[in-house]
Design a binder for this molecule. Structure first.
Ligand code: SF4
Length: 345
């Protein structure tokens, strides 16, 4: 065993059951739903256990409670965790809410008071963005079920050029619901990261000047929102190296093929740390604890100013937070390096 033992809490999120949706904005990226084999959970925890004092184990990283027997599954996640307890994060499955009347009452027993639901516009648009016909109707039905059970819905909307007018209509619906059935209903709008699947929406990313005025008061982080041009200007003299770092805890994602990733960004090949089956555990833990992975090594060979100069578009008015823009640039750089240093078209 290596000397790389960490006293940080290791949160291990394994994609054991997949997700019913294929959202166009999914920053994790799409992958097939493959149920991991029985015993995968013990195997995963067993690999890390000799090196970690505290482990939070999650049997999901895409849709919580998507598996049948979700109550027993939660108990098992708790039992497999070591000196730590997994959290709920106000996340739940609207797919399950509308199919299982025990689900929301059960969530309440776990202390869940609020659940986030994501809309992309009216019916056709939301169904298209979620990747499933009927999704919009399910979200409204789930909202109704939550209100009846005393759980607060938190509606988030992702805005692009093509759906901005529909988001205004959804905001109108939210205000009406606040007046009539649920004064606590929460609502906010966001442009989303430009990562994973959502990066493919770059051509229709909202321009800052096109954000409808009535949405500005409910726009998350509007005060720090920049245009792409402003991001490029903010970085043009920044000679520092890109830096991605774990905080007080370490969060890792395990794909259904046992590939291991940090949670810094999407689960693409350039970000792969290793594979739980084929990479020796002590080497995997060393790379995780020392943050010594192929992507992070490439980070040391460039600077933000160079990335902005190479991959940024100073004529673009697209809206970004600076942090989201940095990861967008860095992922373009990784793709370019994987292609032999050629700049993407
Ligand atoms: S955003 Fe969430 S619900 Fe949508 S496809 Fe990704 S993991 Fe599934």
């Amino acid at each position: 065993m290596s000397g790389y033992v960490t006293d940080k809490t290791l949160s291990v999120c394994a994609d054991m059951f997949g997700c019913p949706n294929r959202c166009l904005h999914c920053w994790l990226g799409h992958s097939p739903n493959v149920r991991m084999e029985d015993g995968a959970d013990e195997y995963i925890v067993g690999k890390f256990s000799p090196y970690c004092e505290k482990i939070e184990f999650y049997s999901w990283l895409r849709e919580p409670d998507f598996c049948d027997g979700y109550k027993k599954r939660w108990e098992k996640d708790l039992a497999l965790s070591k000196n730590a307890r997994p959290e709920r994060f106000g996340l739940a499955s609207f797919w399950r809410i509308v199919r299982d009347e025990d689900y929301v009452p059960w969530l309440k027993t776990l202390g869940v008071k609020k659940v986030q639901l994501t809309l992309f516009g009216l019916e056709k648009t939301t169904d298209r963005y979620v990747g499933r016909r009927g999704a919009y109707g399910e979200i409204l039905k789930a909202t109704d079920i939550m209100i009846k059970n005393g759980v607060t819905p938190r509606w988030q909307c992702f805005i692009n050029e093509e759906n901005k007018d529909e988001i205004v209509k959804i905001y109108g619906l939210a205000r009406k619901m606040r007046e009539t059935v649920c004064p606590e209903l929460e609502f906010f709008v966001h442009e989303g990261s430009c990562d994973g699947e959502n990066r493919k929406l770059y051509p229709i990313r909202i321009n800052k000047r096109d954000i409808p005025e009535e949405l500005i008061p409910v726009y998350f982080g509007y005060g720090d929102l920049l245009t792409e041009r402003e991001c490029c200007l903010a970085l043009e003299n920044d000679g520092s190296q890109p830096y991605f770092h774990n905080g007080d805890g370490i969060v890792i994602y395990i794909s259904n093929e046992y590939d291991v990733f940090f949670n810094f960004t999407n689960m693409s090949d350039p970000w792969k740390i290793g594979n739980l089956v084929s990479t020796p555990a002590d080497e995997l833990v060393r790379m995780i604890v020392c943050e010594d992975t192929p992507a992070l090594r490439l980070a040391k060979k460039t600077s933000w100013s160079r990335l902005a100069e190479t991959f940024g578009d100073k004529s673009s008015e697209r809206a970004f937070s600076l942090d989201d823009y940095k990861i967008f640039l860095f992922n373009k750089y990784l793709d370019s390096e994987a292609a032999g240093g050629k700049k993407e078209e």
